[in-house]
Design a protein around this ligand. Structure first.
Ligand SMILES: [Zn+2]
Ligand SMILES: [Zn+2]
Length: 288
């Protein structure tokens, strides 16, 4: 496959079927290999289910796999997403926390389905689960049912008319604070990175989040405008944070135009994440 764009060496923000992406970890890593990338991070929402499969396939293609996660947090009513890289997947602390977050997702799904029913739209839990192949269920899966059943003509319309913020079947979900999200990543020995800050204009929170353990900021992202890239690369330098980047790939049909590798980093940033994670592990051992 040939991309019309100059691609980065590594894409540090990709979703798979373990959460709301359309490609399985195997399909994603194969695509990454076909495109000629050398590294990819699996950053599913609230689950690490995709890691093992991605690592297995990655070793066949000499692709560096970063074990990542994305946590949605709430900061004074604003959405703040925290990416974590190279967390310890064997940590029972991490597994327990993620399990709790996924339960909150399930509860929210039931509440949304109840609201849709009051609007005359009857969707069953099973229909939603057909589109959620992995263990992390989310609104895109409900939007997919709305689309397939003909209630809307696109995923975007599903959010705007029914389940997005401000729409009649919108239900908020329990969320961590950004500090709690960062703490979760760090306690699991990972590197915590502020995701796509340009979407919410979040610079005011950054000093407190650095205090909580933030180590990086996503500068390159499919929803960042050129001025965002400039602003956040300057901030990264100013605060001595690692500048990361990724597409936020979910699959063409779910996020049209967001191609894997079109946003990302050079391979030396991957190496820097590995070395930061190692430092974090060592300092945790020293402290205990
Ligand atoms: Zn996000
Ligand atoms: Zn994402």
């Amino acid at each position: 496959m040939v991309s019309p764009y100059t691609l980065y060496e590594a894409d540090l923000h990709c979703h798979t079927t373990a959460s709301d992406g359309l490609l399985t970890p195997t399909e994603l890593v194969r695509l990454v290999a076909e495109l000629g990338l050398k590294g990819v991070a699996i950053t599913d929402h609230d689950t690490i289910q995709g890691w093992d499969e991605a690592e297995d396939v990655g070793s066949n293609y000499q692709i560096q796999i970063l074990k990542g996660i994305e946590l949605n947090t709430n900061w004074h009513g604003e959405e703040v997403h925290i990416l974590g890289y190279e967390l310890d997947g064997s940590s029972s602390y991490l597994k327990g926390k993620l399990g709790g977050l996924r339960e909150a997702r399930e509860q929210r799904m039931f509440n949304i389905l109840d609201r849709l029913a009051t609007l005359g739209i009857d969707i069953s839990e099973d229909e939603v689960r057909q589109f959620a192949q992995g263990e992390s269920i989310g609104r895109p899966h409900i939007a997919q049912v709305l689309l397939n059943r003909g209630f809307v003509r696109s995923i975007k319309e599903g959010f705007e008319r029914y389940i997005g913020r401000g729409a009649p079947a919108y239900v908020p979900r329990y969320k961590l604070t950004p500090e709690e999200g960062i703490e979760l990543v760090r306690k699991a020995q990972g590197v915590a990175v502020l995701a796509h800050p340009g979407i919410g204009r979040l610079e005011e929170g950054i000093p407190a989040w650095i205090e909580a353990g933030l180590q990086g900021i996503e500068v390159q992202h499919s929803e960042h405008k050129p001025e965002d890239v400039l602003r956040y690369s300057t901030l990264a330098e100013q605060y001595n944070l690692l500048a990361t980047g990724g597409s936020d790939f979910h699959g063409e049909a779910r996020k049209p135009g967001v191609e894997v590798g079109r946003w990302g980093v050079s391979l030396n940033v991957v190496e820097q994440i590995f070395s930061l994670a190692k430092q974090n592990r060592l300092s945790m051992i020293r402290e205990s």
